[in-house]
Ligand binder design. Structure first.
Ligand SMILES: Nc1ncnc2c1ncn2[C@@H]1O[C@H](COP(=O)(O)OP(=O)(O)OP(=O)(O)O)[C@@H](O)[C@H]1O
Length: 640
């Protein structure tokens, strides 16, 4: 069950100006990368759409002036129109053309927006998941803060780059609109330009203040929003359904989700009320200044200081500038919030390697001699307990090593260290004398196969479930079948509706759109597929079998162990199991207790020293022979 309630990381949060500019640059570069022609056309469309409203207002002013003065020979109280000599009909045509350009431009802009969004999404997703794939270790994925960031980065990859681009272009368009209107007004009168700006300022402050408060509220509420999401996910999670049904914990989760929603709602309600009471009056002030300006202008027009066209331009400019300023603030706020989210994406894309990369990696030769652990110490976190404590041992090439120990002794951890999922905190692991940190991780792992204790069950076909470990042989039907036979997975695979091509999933249909369900397997059947997957990687030097058969019944496990013993002849194998009877034929058995090796040797030698191994072996045997704990009977019972 992997649904986690992660820490609310503050990283990727507030960004300074320099960082914001860098992130904007990143978003613009993404748009360019997604399609230079589309991005350029979008820029041109934005500029044209930005300047059009002022252009229409200017032409309308000229038209009204032309109509006012057309055929009039009377000495006008109004000043002579200041526009160029263009006939009213021509002005009407030009205004019509501008309307046309605006309509087409708006549609074109919508189309280009979607196109850029698709292109950017493609680039961003590829970059994000490539960066994630580049992390070769496991440690980062277990770090709650990094998991939190990954989740936000995923979210950001879907929405943020596009939102930043839209906000930037939107802001540019409104800025051009404002500049255009102010340019028209300055030509008419500096006074009305000042009045227009003064009328827009209170609205601007209102919007800025609202945006700031909203951003701060969203930031404060984000832990609650994420916790709400966690409870929602848990209630729908297939892996959690059995427990929530059996334990009746659905109502508990629902209650928690409800509480988080109520808290978020109350914070929003408080903010809305504050905005209504404190910011409303400022908006009224904007309207008062604009109306006062209009009254003054009409009086001045009657006195002959302005034309009617000037009045129309003023009215259009007040509405246009106020509207554009409000939208610009919304654009900037939206853009800033998206920039914050984009920070998580950028952080993940730029994340450095989690395992040190050797400057001059050595090639990994086939294992000829031994794997040697020298005084290996390991803990999962810097302040966590030591899980492996000064462990030294050798695993000779071609031998089978069994690791035995109680829960939490460190067996799986040791296997993970040998696969280089982590590096030892101290000490070294050597492959024929070379420290495995001197190899490229990929090269090392290409020599290894494994069945992990927490193996995967993929929502893929049976063939893909087996072949995914050896992609170059995915289509090799004989090899897939051979691996399945060796793992005891061939018989049940043959009875599946489409054999190896059957989709093993309750999540996806067999074929897209055909409506037929996939199939799910039993725990033991899934485990056999996991073993087949490991066996697909034939000829590897090292095979890890970490509790590979915990889901099988005892007879099946014994049978499979016998088969694997023959199959892996010559390969170096590390085996862990709590069923000690299946390990007794290993060349060497080590007993681990609290991260240390406390006993080692062959089965007979360990039984004769009467230590931990003998105790565990006898305990298990007693279960089988119903109380008879003599060593001989125990051995017989466990090797049945
Ligand atoms: N990813 C992890 N992060 C932090 N601690 C871990 C992690 N995995 C294991 N541990 C801790 O390391 C210790 C050893 O765990 P490990 O899984 O290696 O034991 P094991 O011998 O394989 O046990 P089992 O028989 O139950 O599988 C345990 O105390 C466990 O809590």
């Amino acid at each position: 069950m992997a649904v986690t309630q992660t820490a609310e990381s503050e990283s990727g949060g507030r960004a300074g100006l320099g960082e914001s500019v860098r992130r904007m640059g990143h978003a613009l570069a993404l748009a360019w990368r997604a399609g230079p022609f589309t991005a350029s056309l979008y820029l041109v469309t934005t500029v044209v759409l930005g300047l059009l409203p002022a252009g229409v207002a200017l032409l309308t002013k000229w038209l009204i002036d032309a109509l006012q003065f057309a055929g009039s020979s009377a000495p006008a109280p109004a000043p002579a129109p200041s526009g160029p000599e263009i006939s009213p009909m021509m002005l009407v045509v030009l205004i019509g053309l501008m309307g046309l350009v605006q309509a087409v431009g708006t549609y074109l802009s919508t189309y280009l927006t979607s196109r850029i969004k698709r292109g950017v999404t493609l680039v961003v997703q590829h970059r994000l998941y490539s960066a994630v794939n580049r992390l070769e270790g496991v440690r980062r994925f277990e770090d709650p803060a990094f998991r939190d960031r990954l989740r936000l980065a995923q979210q950001a990859a879907i929405t943020a780059p596009d939102a930043v681009i839209q906000a930037l272009f939107g802001a540019l368009q409104r800025l051009l609109t404002i500049t255009g209107f102010l340019g028209v007004l300055v030509a008419i009168s500096p006074v009305i330009t000042v009045i227009t700006i003064a009328a827009a300022l209170p609205a601007l402050f209102v919007q800025l203040s609202i945006s700031r408060q909203q951003a701060s509220m969203m930031w404060r509420m984000s832990p609650r929003t994420r916790r709400r999401m966690f409870y929602q996910t848990l209630m729908l999670d297939l892996a959690a359904i059995k427990e929530t049904r059996l334990f009746g914990s659905g109502g508990f989760l629902l209650g928690r989700m409800h509480d988080e929603t109520v808290s978020v709602n109350s914070a929003e309600e408080r903010l809305d009320r504050r905005i209504l009471l404190t910011q409303g009056p400022l908006s009224v002030l904007s309207a008062v200044v604009a109306s006062g300006g209009l009254v003054w202008m009409i009086a001045a027009t009657i006195r002959g200081e302005f034309t009617i066209g000037d009045v129309s331009a003023f009215i259009a400019a007040v509405a246009g500038v106020q509207g554009a300023m409000t939208v610009i603030v919304a654009d900037i706020t939206r853009g800033y919030q998206s920039l914050l989210l984009l920070g998580h994406y950028v952080d993940v894309v730029r994340v450095g390697p989690d395992l040190p990369v050797p400057a001059d990696p050595r090639p990994v030769a086939p294992l000829r001699g031994e794997i040697r652990l020298d005084d290996v110490w390991f803990r999962y976190t810097d302040d966590g307990p030591w899980v492996i404590r000064g462990l030294s041992m050798t695993i000779p090439a071609g031998s089978t090593l069994a690791i035995v120990g109680l829960n939490g002794a460190g067996k799986s951890t040791l296997v993970k260290l040998l696969c280089r999922m982590y590096d030892p905190t101290f000490g070294s692991i050597r492959w024929d004398g070379a420290d495995i940190r001197e190899f490229r991780v990929d090269d090392l792992r290409s020599r290894i196969s494994a069945v992990f204790q927490d193996y995967m069950s993929y929502d893929l076909s049976a063939r893909e479930n087996i072949g995914i470990s050896s992609l170059e042989h995915m289509d090799d039907a004989d090899r897939i079948d051979a691996a399945a036979r060796d793992a005891g997975a061939a018989d049940f695979s043959a009875t599946l509706p489409r054999g190896y091509d059957t989709m093993l999933s309750r999540m996806f249909y067999q074929d897209e759109g055909d409506g037929s369900d996939g199939v799910t397997l039993s725990g033991g059947q899934w485990q056999r597929l996991a073993i087949a997957r490991a066996l697909m990687r034939r000829g590897r030097d090292l095979l890890f079998l970490d509790e590979p058969m915990s889901g099988l019944d005892a007879a099946a496990e014994q049978d499979l162990h016998e088969r694997l013993r023959v199959l892996r002849a010559g390969a170096t194998t590390v085996l862990t199991s709590h069923r000690l009877g299946t390990l007794r034929y290993a060349d060497r058995i080590v007993v681990m207790q609290e991260g240390r090796i406390t006993e080692e040797g062959g089965h007979d030698a360990l039984m004769s020293v009467q230590g931990e191994y003998a105790r565990l072996f006898s305990l298990q045997a007693a279960d089988y022979v119903d109380g008879d704990t003599s060593e001989q009977d125990a051995s017989k019972a466990l090797s049945r």
